[in-house]
Design a protein around this ligand. Sequence first.
Ligand SMILES: NC(=O)c1ccc[n+]([C@@H]2O[C@H](COP(=O)([O-])OP(=O)(O)OC[C@H]3O[C@@H](n4cnc5c(N)ncnc54)[C@H](O)[C@@H]3O)[C@@H](O)[C@H]2O)c1
Length: 315
Amino acid sequence: MRVFVTGGSGQIGSTVIDLLLARGDAVVAIDNFATGRRDNLAPHERLTLVEGTIADAATVERLFSDFRPEVVVHTAASYKDPEDWATDALVNAAGTAIVAKACKAHRVGRLIYFQTALCYGTHPRQSPIRLDHPIDPVASSYAISKTAGEHYVQLSGVDWVTFRLANVIGPRNVSGPLPIFYGRLAKGQACFVTPARRDFCFAGDLAQVVLRAADGRGSGTYHFSTGRDVAIRDLYDAVVRAMKLNHRPEPELRPLGPDDAPTILLDPSRTVADFGAIDFTPLDEIARRAVERWSTAGVVGGYTHLKDARGEIKA
Ligand SMILES: NC(=O)c1ccc[n+]([C@@H]2O[C@H](COP(=O)([O-])OP(=O)(O)OC[C@H]3O[C@@H](n4cnc5c(N)ncnc54)[C@H](O)[C@@H]3O)[C@@H](O)[C@H]2O)c1
């Protein structure tokens, strides 16, 4: 199969590419390295990695014409500066419109998209959130622009699958608390946690479901989640255990930020029904794999689309 992957050097894109290459597929990937790590993808004879932006329609058109993809896995997204609304809109809304139009023009068999659970707002009416929950992304530029992107995917007329994601993490994770905790603890710096609860899922588990979608299973909108949340403190403790620290530094407990949801729990029942059972990797194993990589390759990122949590890895 010929698969075009946007954001191919990112956490989810590169993890999907590893699985595609391992089973014999050909991949063209595009990435501008805004948040993607160059060392996420090893050179491979069936992989072409193009440095460029999905916001450039001419580049996207050329790649579609040359490669004629059968499936598009669209993971590229902007989120690292919550005040940079223009780049979020350019990449997540206009860039997705460009990709969706190219899929239509080139009769791509399937377009797979990744949506933020913040499309439901920061105070959802249900827990777990069902797929028919009202869409209310206005709390952040990231959620607004990702929601516009999801609508362009739906408008495209192409056969599409969109996965609305819980917190997807692993050794290639550059956003949110996992790389922040590791980065600070590795430097002997104190951390803080909030009372927030999240559902942390392993990127490798998602990638396996994405391959099933690429092969034609499912159709429409899904949640990717375990359906169980844990406290951010539990993730912190998992990192401390994985780092085998002699002492267990007590993190400061801070209140939730204004755009930080107390919990985000998604109902995964449609996903299990259409894609089959998912053997979710336990939190301790996810933390172990992340710590294993970062202890030799170093950690980068700690990016966040939340206004109050920026720059923690550098502090
Ligand atoms: N990880 C999560 O918990 C999570 C949750 C909800 C939604 N998502 C969505 O999943 C997708 C992948 O997330 P991830 O965790 O792999 O993040 P990531 O930052 O690791 O990957 C995103 C990739 O897109 C690339 N990119 C950014 N702008 C680009 C552009 N203009 N052109 C080409 N490439 C560009 C980045 O350099 C990066 O490699 C994103 O669409 C994101 O919105 C992720």
